[in-house]
Structures are given as structure tokens and as C-alpha cells.
Ligand binder design. Structure first.
Ligand code: SIN
Length: 319
């Protein structure tokens, strides 16, 4: 889709991946009984009059419920984003995505691309067929962030908030403002089209990008297998033992509080580590970070949530 911009001749690229933002229900009053990933991203864009004056390139990368996100879509997405970001005529990018694994895709793209231009993931909590869908406003806000001078890195725009890929987490199952960045807070807000920044964008790095993209492109079979286990009352050592026997390369443990582990799980994880499996401790607490101690047996996740620590470890294990 091409239309002349009133702000800049540079293009914003919008990639569609599916999600509730592209979801369809039988009844407009139904905000939960819908099928995600039904409406094409071109139709979504066409349905937003506020985007009609924008200079846009629109491409469908996938059409899925993001609960089913997988490595092949991530690799394809990283490739398309890298391709478009390298074009001089592209100012920034927007990716429409389901909310359920959005924080994982955002963190993956930031970790692999470290982009100097803005890559803005956006979403919706209500399907496109809803009486009052939230997707259109989120898309307009996301384009405003992608147009913002000086914006860079991967961010998430939802319900008027801008979150950084490192800290953002989905925290609510139904509310429109379903995302939060915990102690870090949002990067800023979008208010009636205006950006109010609270902190700096994520850092960019061309060297890190080239190395990471080469690693991802070099994976032709399985990605390094990293699983997540959780510490909880009465947990047994069985899951860890089975995973090690099954050839897992890394384990992230969603530990209690400040990274503490049930003794049964701790000893099975020590066994896994001794057998060459990389073990990383994240906290199952939604806020705060594991604070390292001198006698720690397992490294901590440097503030990453369990799902993001898993992505970081997978990327580390790619050679
Ligand atoms: C999905 O993640 O694709 C479905 C749920 C949502 O987008 O809110």
C-alpha cells in the first residue's frame, strides 16, 4: 500500500503476524470467543482512516495466534525486519502481533537486531470485529512512534504506553492496558499523537546485529533446546532428570523470590549443570530481579524474566 505522507517521504513498513488485532468473532459483542489471525494486515491498515495519508509498505509475514509462535517465524521475521531496516527510504517499522508472546518476539528481535531505527510491535486485546476494537488506535500510535525522530530499538506500543523490549511483560488477561515494565516503567506515552518520553530508547549496535543475524541464519536444523522449569512447594526432581536425559542444552529455572530453589530441584539442577547443561536462575516474581550473592551455584538472569532468559540462553548457545 502506498500513499503520500504528510510528514515525511520516508516509509514506514508494517509487517503482519496475526494475533487478536487480526482476530475475528461471530458477534461484535464477543471479546473472548474469537479466532486470532484472520484479517490480513492490508485490510487492518485499510480500515484505519488515520493511516491513509501515511507512506506505508505492508507485508504479511505470518497469520497465527501468537501462542503458536515458533522459531521459523522468528527467523523469517528477523530477516524481513533486517532487510527493510537496511533500506534508506525506510524510517521505521511496525509489527502487528498477538499479545500472548509479544514480549518474547520483541526481546528476540532486540537481541538479534539491536536496531538503530525504531521497530514497534503493536497488538490488541479485542478482535478486529469487536464493537470497540483497540487495534486501530494502537496501530496509529505505533506508527507515530516509528515516525518519531530519534526513536530506535524494539519497543511495544499498547493502550497509549511505549515499553522497551527488555522489560515489557503481559500482565493482564483481559484489560486493554495489558502490558507493564515493572520497576523500569514504560519508555513513555503516546497522548493524542504526541510522544512523551520518560527514558531513553534501547541501545543500538551494528556489530552485535551482524553477529546475531549470522548466528540465526546459520541455524539450519533445531535451535538449541532450552526449557523452563519452576520451583514450587513439593516440586520433584523428575522433570529436570527427564529433560537432561532427553538432551536439553539449557535450563532456565523460574525460582522463588530472590532466586531461591526447593532443595529437590536444586540438587537435580546441580546434576544437570555437572552434566554440561547450562542453568540460569530467573525469578518467578513478576517484579524485581535476582540479586547475585558470592556463593551462588547458578548464574542469575541479569533481570530477565524466565521466558526472556530462555531466549538469551538459546542465542548464547547458538554457535
Ligand atoms: C495472540 O496472542 O495471538 C492471541 C491473544 C492476543 O493477541 O491478545
Amino acid at each position: 500500500m502506498q500513499a503520500k505522507s504528510h510528514m515525511s517521504n520516508k516509509k514506514i513498513v508494517i509487517l503482519g503476524t496475526g494475533g487478536t488485532i487480526a482476530g475475528s468473532a461471530t458477534h461484535a459483542s464477543d471479546n473472548i470467543g474469537y479466532k486470532a489471525g484472520q484479517v490480513s494486515v492490508s485490510d487492518l491498515v485499510r480500515g484505519v482512516p488515520a493511516l491513509a495519508q501515511e507512506s506505508l509498505v505492508v507485508e504479511q509475514v505470518s497469520q497465527l495466534d501468537s501462542k503458536d509462535m515458533d522459531f521459523s517465524v522468528w527467523a523469517q521475521l528477523a530477516g524481513r525486519v533486517a532487510h527493510f531496516l537496511a533500506l534508506d527510504e525506510v524510517q521505521g517499522m511496525v509489527i502487528t502481533h498477538g499479545t500472548d508472546t509479544l514480549e518474547e518476539t520483541a526481546f528476540f528481535l532486540q537481541s538479534v537486531l539491536h536496531p538503530e531505527k525504531p521497530v514497534v510491535l503493536t497488538c490488541a486485546m479485542r478482535p478486529a470485529t469487536s464493537l470497540a476494537p483497540d487495534g486501530p488506535q494502537n496501530m496509529v500510535d505505533a506508527v507515530a512512534v516509528a515516525r518519531y525522530a530519534g526513536a530506535r530499538g524494539v519497543s511495544v506500543v499498547c493502550a497509549g504506553e511505549i515499553h522497551g523490549a527488555r522489560d515489557v511483560q503481559k500482565v493482564h488477561t483481559y484489560r486493554l492496558n495489558a502490558f507493564d515494565s515493572g520497576d523500569a516503567g514504560p519508555l513513555g506515552y503516546i497522548e493524542n499523537g504526541q510522544i512523551r518520553l520518560l527514558r531513553d530508547w534501547l541501545p543500538a549496535s551494528v556489530t552485535a546485529r551482524d553477529a546475531s543475524l549470522a548466528k540465526v541464519a546459520g541455524i539450519h536444523g533445531e535451535w538449541p533446546r532450552v526449557d523452563i522449569v519452576m520451583s514450587y512447594a513439593g516440586v520433584s526432581s523428575a522433570a529436570v532428570q527427564l529433560l537432561v536425559a532427553d538432551g536439553v542444552k539449557g535450563l532456565v529455572v523460574a525460582a522463588t523470590g530472590n532466586g531461591t530453589l526447593h532443595h529437590a530441584l536444586e540438587s537435580s539442577l546441580q546434576g544437570a549443570q555437572a552434566a554440561g547443561v547450562r542453568v540460569v536462575r530467573a525469578s518467578r516474581c513478576p517484579q524485581g530481579r535476582v540479586l547475585a550473592k558470592a556463593d551462588d551455584v547458578f548464574p542469575d538472569s541479569r533481570g530477565l524474566s524466565p521466558v526472556k532468559a530462555r531466549i538469551a540462553l538459546m542465542l548464547e548457545l547458538m554457535v
